[in-house]
Design a protein around this ligand. Sequence first.
Ligand code: ZN
Length: 205
Amino acid sequence: MKKPIDVEKAYKEANALLEGHFLLASGNHSSRYLQSAKVLEYPQKAALLTDALASMIRAYGMHVDTVCAPALGGVLAGYELARSLGVRSIFVEKKEGGMELRRGFEIAKGEKVIICEDIITTGGSALKAAHAIEALGAEVVAFASLANRGFCKRFGSPKEAKKECMLPLNIPLFSLDDFTFEMYLPEECPLCKEGSVAIKPGSKS
Ligand code: ZN
């Protein structure tokens, strides 16, 4: 399948594809990091990405009522995707052991929902979001993300899911591209061995 948009170029142009030595949320180290907040900084550019994602979803031919994002990371991407699809946008928030719908958001029985993240790594947060709204009667028809870190199978990609992927294999994942860069256990990290120190990018800097 031809790439609908060059998502790597979009991340690079937004200085959102960082290169260095990073400590990831999982505890692993990596020489690259995707800072999606930067690629979503300009709504007009964000819309180009979510319009492309919406085109893939429309081409698949599925009916969608609502986009639901896990907060905080998925909210901007989810909101823009909802705009591109012309449907409503809601989000779920972290609670002990999972996620929940708050703020008066409601779900109807049988409502068809896409769970949208900025990046899908192993899909853990997306899966918790799916469980939260399925418990309220929603039907999760797809997962979506701007980029896929290469653990889960992206619809249209020949690459199979790896064992780390937590998303169900019978529900499609729509994503603009695969970003399959290496992650290292701290004790095996070649960057640490060269003497540099991993920094934690993202929300606290
Ligand atoms: Zn390291």
